[in-house]
Design a protein around this ligand. Structure first.
Ligand code: GLC
Length: 453
């Protein structure tokens, strides 16, 4: 009997050990989920940030990938470097606009795929200090974020279409049409040297500008004629980043998804709101443009509507994630009128409704969506608040909340704290019916605030 018991124990132990080694992911630093939660807190609460894609591509004004799309050489692209003169660059204005729109953090492209550095790097001449701007534009940006109380983020492109050692691959502007040509084109190019350059520049960015809150490294495309972790030296790079900036939050494009701490959050790019439900329970941030391009694109005219933009923010929050919305400033260094108009709309909505965004997440399952209209729920456990975002406004003045009987203490519109009376549904006592005014409040998506018992 005793022997049997021991044998059983040994088998169980073996099984547990095997499962752990099979399913446990590798870890670089060995942080616990609780420690990560603390580190991620500001990000989890914020829900809304501003992405800024700004570089030489603002001059051609036809996509930040213009060098690749039009297969330009360094010589052809040089004209943008020579012309760059952002006379209206005023990052305090950017930061004030972001703050007014309700954004809590900013992420700026310190270098995009074109290789041009907005910062004063000692490892290259291809930088803002050598243009007519004559100064470190990143430093001014960092100071501006801090002056407005915004968290500071850097985007740094792993890809570099200007560096002489960066090997030509399948996304490079000089991509050849045959395999043989790759070899001859890449003779003399040395990714070891590029890796050192990349590492040195990331080190500069994380050493010379004080505390950096979030880092976006972009991007990996492993496989044939692509690049991934070995090309970037991703494991060593992330170790260095975390050592230099222990609190920093890092995106997931280093090709280290099999490490628990090879990234901090996922980055669904330009996805539809409906697709965001599948990220529930993870750390994530959807990155979105106003119109399609990240860099300033003069002739692109399919801009998202106010409703589509609010939908992205609300639906992100309602699924426990963040929205980082991009502005591509002009070559003069300003937000164009379309971006400014869209951000003004956010400012108006967030002024009245931001309580339904900050520190909120998805509602527990017991709270169902209202009957018969399109809506989303956000929830703030600490304040015992449930927010109903009315994507449709009931024409009969009634909002039926199924199964809410006995759960609500008080109800009001969030935008003006005006009371909304409610009672149990006469036909179905477990439902609650809220009485809404026939006139919709002056917000694209009004919010009902329920104070829970
Ligand atoms: C992609 C694009 C890039 C943009 C980024 C933002 O990786 O290459 O232009 O910066 O997405 O998510």
């Amino acid at each position: 009997m005793k022997r049997n018991f021991t044998l059983k124990n040994v088998v169980t132990l073996l099984f547990v050990a095997c499962s752990i080694s099979l399913f446990a992911q590798k870890s670089i630093l060995g942080e616990t989920p609780q420690q990560k939660q603390v580190r991620m807190q500001w990000f989890t609460d914020a829900h809304f940030g501003m992405f800024i894609h700004w570089g030489l591509y603002a001059l051609p004004a036809r996509h930040e990938w213009v060098k690749r799309y039009e297969r330009m050489t360094n010589e052809q692209y040089q004209t943008y470097f020579d012309t760059f003169d952002p006379v209206n660059y005023d990052p305090v204005k950017w930061a004030k606009t972001a703050k007014a729109a309700g954004m809590k953090y900013m992420v700026l492209t310190t270098k995009h795929h074109e290789g041009f550095c907005l910062f004063d790097s000692k490892y290259t001449d291809y930088k803002a200090t050598n243009t007519k701007a004559k100064r470190d534009l990143v430093r001014e940006y960092v100071n501006a974020c801090r002056s407005q109380g915004l968290k500071v983020g850097f985007y740094y492109s792993l890809i570099d279409w200007h560096h002489p050692d960066f090997t030509i691959d399948r996304v490079h502007p000089q991509e050849p049409s045959s395999k043989v040509a790759y070899d001859s084109l890449n003779r003399g190019r040395d990714m070891n040297r590029y890796r050192t350059y990349l590492r040195n520049q990331v080190k500069e960015l994380l050493t010379n500008y004080g505390k950096i809150d979030i880092l976006w490294l972009d991007f990996s495309y492993p496989g044939e004629n692509g690049k991934g972790r070995d090309d970037w030296g991703s494991v060593e790079l992330i170790k260095m980043v975390r050592k230099l900036q222990p609190g920093i939050i890092i995106n997931n494009r280093l090709d280290l998804m099999d490490y628990t701490d090879g990234y901090d959050f996922e980055t669904p790019e330009q996805v539809k709101p409906e697709e965001l439900t599948k990220f529930k329970g993870k750390y994530w941030e959807t990155c979105q443009t106003f119109s399609g391009s990240w860099g300033y694109y003069r002739d692109e005219n399919t801009w998202k509507t106010e409703r589509q933009l609010l939908d992205l923010l609300i639906t992100s929050t309602a699924n426990g994630g963040n929205l980082i919305l991009n502005v591509g400033p002009t070559a003069k260094g300003e937000f164009d009128y379309r971006a400014t108009n869209a951000l003004d709309k956010f400012a108006y909505w967030m002024h009245a409704n931001s309580d339904a965004i900050y520190s909120c997440t998805y509602a527990p399952d017991e709270y169902a969506l209202p009957k018969g209209i399109e809506a989303r729920l956000t929830y703030k456990a600490s304040a015992k608040r449930l927010y109903v975002h009315l994507f449709d406004y009931p024409t009969d003045g009634k909002l039926t909340l199924p199964g809410y009987s006995g759960k609500i203490k008080y109800a009001q519109f969030l935008n003006d704290d005006s009371e909304l009376k409610f009672q149990s549904d006469k036909e179905n006592a477990s439902d609650v019916v809220l009485q809404l005014p026939t006139q919709k409040p002056p917000y694209e998506i009004p919010v009902v605030e329920l104070i829970l018992k």
